[in-house]
Ligand binder design. Structure first.
Ligand SMILES: Nc1ncnc2c1ncn2[C@@H]1O[C@H](COP(=O)(O)OP(=O)(O)OP(=O)(O)O)[C@@H](O)[C@H]1O
Length: 621
């Protein structure tokens, strides 16, 4: 007796979407079903290593696709692991896969975008309902006697019942909707299957109907040999692109790749791709990362994180090792000599591919950097062994670059000003804030280039990068930036003393007003246009980093900044002449608050700022 069961709510939602909004690119259902069949044979191959009896005498893995035109049925059959009753209920009635749940969250309502998302997430089995108004699944788990039949029209419920099934594995029968006749056509099917399965290491066989003399039969559509196992010279670019598409679900071709067969002490093949565009989950904590791992052509796992460090998480590809045991698990990978070596070699490989790109193809490298620059910077902190190579790849905006142009540290050093000993940088929220920063004024006046760092990771990166080419990296917002040597004027010292004496009283008064808000107040050497700016002590955390940490929800005490004032600014002349305490107080706060705003920070008490500003502006009126 068949039992009727309800789909989980999320499944209903997903099915509704599949049925009512996927008008384009419907063929993806076939890719999903073939990919499931291939996973199922991979799983069996793996389990059969421990328990050969599961094979029931049949070790010739394959997927077969057959059309029954009169019945409007398309059948996809595999001799993989199959499913038990419990597995059918879990896998084909609920959404167990966290990726699918994310898919639902990411839906935009825009049919075209959503159908592309299907590709990225691989929404899998349920995509059958894009083209079918009834789906029947007959399956028997390898090693079990009883088979299961699952039937649904994709509208809220399904039935499940025991069934006799002679062969292990899964057979999916799609009853096609009206208007989906193209998927009954042999040539059309052949084309789609070829497109999606060319690089599966599993033969996909399509049934050829009898025709006159021809009795019909099954033809293998794909090559069925892993691309990475073939000699490089035999593989066409389009084939590399196709495999990349399968691995990444990225519709665009990769930027570049590196295919290698390593022989000697360690034997493995590696195929590493650099994507052209970032995946949607690049900044997700649990984003996909790592490579697909095979051992002697047997698929072992997806996303083996241990094979690449987190700062190379955008790389997609395959490692096929001859030295690992077939029963290797994620735990074992954590500390395995072979894995450590493959990992180290893969990192070097990726960095050298990128290095070549930087040298030989500026345009492609710029595309790479736009997409993954901030990610690669994490490597400066994460991977001291390869730091020099990573640093060579870094590119920066500066006070002299325009638009999207960036330069390397090497370029910076080569064009340093006469007498300049250090590398100067400024960290800020964005390029506009950075370029307008008062801290840059003195540097601009002396024509000294300053790196403008606006990626979140930059604060951490510069901490891990104290010097380059023997030159110290110095923040222009720190107290110890010594412009003294760069000022050619020999009378500067005397002038400095005179100005300080002139402003001694003002400085004491400002300090009295601001009290605990500042560490100290002093005459600035950096300002030429702005009235004031905030700097931090030499060894203190930068204010931008404090801001980032607060945004990330960390409670940090916060250092008191040093307020620097510009003696040449009319506001200072006015303060020197102001005797009225109330007005002086307003001006002092304003001096501080302007400096906070100019660095792109937020005021603690914006309302008071506004009142103060109005008081001062309308004072004369
Ligand atoms: N042909 C099959 N043989 C055995 N199990 C299958 C088969 N098709 C699907 N399944 C099982 O059903 C589960 C759900 O399949 P579905 O295609 O919806 O998602 P998935 O394959 O897990 O996810 P994704 O498509 O994102 O990789 C699979 O994980 C697998 O356990």
């Amino acid at each position: 007796m068949a039992e009727t069961r309800e789909f989980q709510a999320e499944v209903k939602q997903l099915l509704h979407l599949m049925i009512h909004s996927m008008y384009s690119n419907k063929e993806v259902f076939l890719r999903e079903l073939i990919s499931n069949a291939s996973d199922a044979t991979d799983k069996l191959r793996f389990e059969a290593l421990k328990d050969p009896a599961l094979l029931e005498g049949d070790a010739e893995y394959k997927v077969e696709i057959e059309v029954r035109k009169d019945a409007r049925e398309l059948i996809i059959r595999d001799n993989g692991i199959g499913m038990s009753e419990q597995e059918v209920i879990e896998n084909l009635g609920t959404i167990a896969n966290s990726g699918t749940r994310k898919y639902l969250e990411a839906l935009s309502g825009d049919e075209k975008k959503d159908s592309q998302l299907i590709g990225q997430f691989g929404v899998g089995f349920y995509s059958s309902f894009i083209v079918a108004d009834q789906v029947t699944v007959n399956t028997r788990r390898a090693g079990q006697e009883q088979g299961v039949r699952w039937v649904s029209a994709g509208e809220g419920d399904y039935t499940i019942e025991p069934v006799d099934k002679a062969t292990r594995g899964t057979e999916i029968v799609l009853h096609l909707r009206d208007g989906e006749d193209e998927f009954l056509e042999h040539t059309r099917l052949r084309h789609v299957i070829h497109k999606y399965s060319e690089h599966l290491s599993l033969p996909v066989r399509l049934h050829r109907p009898a025709d006159g003399e021809d009795e019909g039969g099954y033809d293998t559509v794909n090559q069925g040999t892993a691309l990475w196992a073939r000699p490089k010279a035999d593989v066409k670019d389009e084939e590399y692109h196709d495999l990349y598409r399968q691995l990444s679900y990225d519709p665009e071709p990769p930027l570049t790749w590196s295919h290698n067969k390593v022989e000697g002490n360690l034997e493995y093949s590696s195929l590493l791709y650099i994507p052209a565009k970032p995946p949607f989950d690049l900044w997700d904590r649990d984003s996909r990362r790592g490579l697909k791992l095979y051992v002697q052509r047997v698929f072992i796992m997806d996303d083996a994180e241990k094979l690449l460090p987190s700062y190379l998480r955008f790389v997609r590809g395959v490692i096929d090792s001859n030295d690992l045991p077939l029963n290797v698990s994620r735990e074992l990978l954590q500390s395995h000599r072979v894995i450590d070596k493959i990992r180290a070699a893969s990192i070097k490989r990726v960095l050298s591919v990128l290095g070549d790109l930087a040298k030989n193809d500026a345009d492609k490298f710029a595309r790479f950097y736009d997409a993954f620059g901030p990610v690669i910077k994490e490597g400066v902190v994460e991977d001291p062994d390869n730091r020099d190579k990573i640093i060579d790849l870094l590119r920066f905006h500066t006070t002299r670059t325009e638009g999207q142009a960036r330069i390397s540290l090497r370029d910076y050093v080569e064009r340093m000003a006469k007498g300049q000993e250090d590398i100067y940088y400024l960290t800020a929220e964005n390029l506009t804030t950075a370029k307008a920063s008062p801290h840059l004024e003195a540097f601009a006046k002396r024509d000294i280039e300053v790196l403008l760092l606006t990626d979140r990771v930059d604060e951490w990166m510069v901490n891990a990068l104290p010097e380059f080419d023997g030159k110290t990296l110095k923040s222009v917002v720190r107290g110890d930036v010594d412009l003294g040597k760069l000022i050619e004027d020999p009378q500067a010292e005397g002038e400095k003393a005179r100005v300080e004496a002139l402003y001694k009283d003002v400085i004491e008064r400002v300090q009295g007003v601001l009290g605990e808000r500042v560490e100290s107040v002093r005459v600035s050497q950096r300002l030429t246009e702005s009235p004031s700016c905030l700097v931090v002590a030499d060894n203190a955390m930068s204010r931008h980093l404090e801001q980032l940490l607060r945004q990330a929800g960390e409670a940090i005490p916060g250092n008191k900044p040093i307020l620097e004032i510009n003696p040449d600014h009319p506001m200072m002349t006015r303060m020197r002449e102001t005797l009225d305490d109330d007005e002086f107080e307003d001006l002092s706060h304003l001096l501080f608050e302007q400096a906070v705003l100019a660095e792109g920070s937020q005021l603690d008490d914006p309302a008071s700022f506004v009142k103060r500003l109005n008081r001062l502006v309308f004072k004369g009126a």
